[in-house]
Write a protein that binds this ligand. Structure first.
Ligand code: NAD
Length: 316
C-alpha cells in the first residue's frame, strides 16, 4: 500500500501536467500570433548576397495610416536585408506625373501605397507598373495568371497569400470544406475566393448586397471576413476557423479593430486571428516573399512555391 501512494501521486502529477499542456496548446491554437509566424518566415527570406533586391514605394499624400503601413514595409525590408526607397508625392499630384515617375523607376519591385486620392485612377496607376515588378500582384496580367495557375504563380496577392499561409501553418485542409469569404474586392476577397476554390474548398462569396449574411457565416466551417465593418461577424458555428482581415478604427481613438466580435467569437471558434497582430504582419511578410521571388526569377534561381500543394492542385 505504502508503495502505491507515491506512484499514484506521480500519475496525478503527470495527468495534471498533460491536462495543463493540452490547455496551453489549445490556447496557442486558439488565437493566432501573426507577428511570431511573420518573424520566423522573414528569417528564412534574409538576403545574404552583396547585390540585393530593391523595393520602390510610391506614397501619395500624408495619411497617417498609409505612412504607418509604409513604415512596416520598410522595417520588413530591413529585417530581410533588402534595400527600399520611398517616393513621397503631394495629395494633389497629377496622374500623368505619378505614372511618368513609376515608368522611370528602376527598382526590382514597385508598389503604390493604397488607397489613393479620388482624383487618381487606381487601375491606370497600378497598370503603369511593369507586371514583372508588381510586387503587390495587383496588375491584371498577374491576376489573370492567378486565374489559371493559382498558387503555382511566383507572385501572389499579399493578403490572400497571408490567409492561405495561416491555414497551412495550422495544417488546415480545406478540401470539401465550406468557406464563407466576406468581401469581393480585387485586392482581397476576389483573388482569395479563387485561390480557395483551386484548393478544392466550396466557397461562398458575400458582399454588401448579400441577404442573410449571418446564415452564410453560421453555415461555414471557415469564415474569412474582409469587409472593413466592425462586429460584422458576431456568431460562428462551434469549432469554426475564423480569419479576420478587416481593419477599421475602433471606438477608442487610435485603436484598430477587425470585422469579428472577438470577445464572443473566440469562445466558439477553434482558431481565430486577432486584429491587430493577425493577418496584417503576415501580409507584409508575403510582400517580402514576392519581392524575393521577383529577384530570384531575375537571377535565374528557383523561386518559392508552396511545398504543401498536392499533385492534384490544378486538376480542373
Ligand atoms: P473594399 O472596400 O475594396 O471591399 C470591401 C468588400 O466588403 C466589398 O466587396 C463589400 O461589398 C464588402 N462589404 C462591405 N461591407 C459589408 C457588409 N456589411 N456585409 C457584407 N459585405 C460587406 O476593401 P478591401 O480592400 O477588400 O479591404 C477589406 C478590409 O480588409 C478593409 O478593412 C481593409 O482595411 C482590410 N485589409 C486588411 C489587410 C491586412 O493586411 N490585414 C490588407 C488589405 C485590406
Amino acid at each position: 500500500m505504502s508503495d502505491c501512494v507515491p506512484q499514484q501521486k506521480y500519475f496525478q502529477k503527470k495527468e495534471t501536467f498533460l491536462f495543463l499542456a493540452i490547455l496551453v496548446v489549445k490556447k496557442l491554437k486558439m488565437i493566432f500570433n501573426g507577428n511570431q509566424l511573420a518573424n520566423s518566415i522573414l528569417q528564412t527570406l534574409r538576403v545574404t548576397s552583396k547585390i540585393k533586391p530593391k523595393l520602390g514605394i510610391c506614397l501619395v499624400g500624408d495619411s497617417p495610416a498609409s505612412k504607418s503601413y509604409v513604415n512596416r514595409k520598410l522595417k520588413a525590408c530591413q529585417e530581410i536585408n533588402v534595400d527600399a526607397e520611398v517616393f513621397n508625392f503631394s495629395e494633389n499630384v497629377e496622374q500623368d506625373q505619378l505614372i511618368k515617375h513609376i515608368q522611370q523607376m528602376n527598382h526590382d519591385g514597385i508598389l503604390v501605397q493604397l488607397p489613393l486620392p479620388l482624383h487618381l485612377n487606381k487601375l491606370d496607376i497600378i497598370h503603369s507598373i511593369p507586371y514583372e515588378k508588381d510586387v503587390d500582384c495587383l496588375h491584371m496580367h498577374n491576376l489573370q495568371r492567378i486565374l489559371v495557375y493559382g498558387e503555382l504563380c511566383e507572385m501572389l496577392p499579399c493578403t490572400p497569400a497571408a490567409v492561405l499561409q495561416i491555414l497551412d501553418y495550422y495544417d488546415v485542409n480545406v478540401i470539401g470544406k465550406k468557406v464563407t469569404v466576406i468581401g469581393r474586392s480585387f485586392l482581397v476577397g476576389l483573388p482569395l475566393s479563387l485561390l480557395l476554390q483551386k484548393r478544392n474548398a466550396t466557397v461562398t462569396v458575400c458582399h454588401r448586397e448579400t441577404l442573410n449574411l449571418d446564415q452564410h457565416i453560421m453555415n461555414a466551417d471557415i469564415v474569412i471576413s474582409a469587409a472593413g465593418h466592425p462586429k460584422l461577424v458576431r456568431n460562428v458555428k462551434q469549432g469554426a476557423i475564423v480569419i479576420d482581415v478587416g481593419i477599421s478604427q475602433g471606438e477608442k481613438k487610435g485603436r484598430i479593430v477587425g470585422d469579428v466580435d472577438i470577445d464572443v467569437v473566440k469562445n466558439q471558434a477553434s482558431l481565430i486571428t486577432p486584429v491587430p497582430g493577425g493577418v496584417g504582419p503576415m501580409t507584409v511578410c508575403m510582400l517580402m516573399r514576392n519581392l524575393c521571388n521577383i529577384w530570384k526569377k531575375k537571377q535565374g534561381q528557383p523561386v518559392y512555391i508552396n511545398p504543401k500543394l498536392s499533385d492534384a492542385y490544378l486538376n480542373d
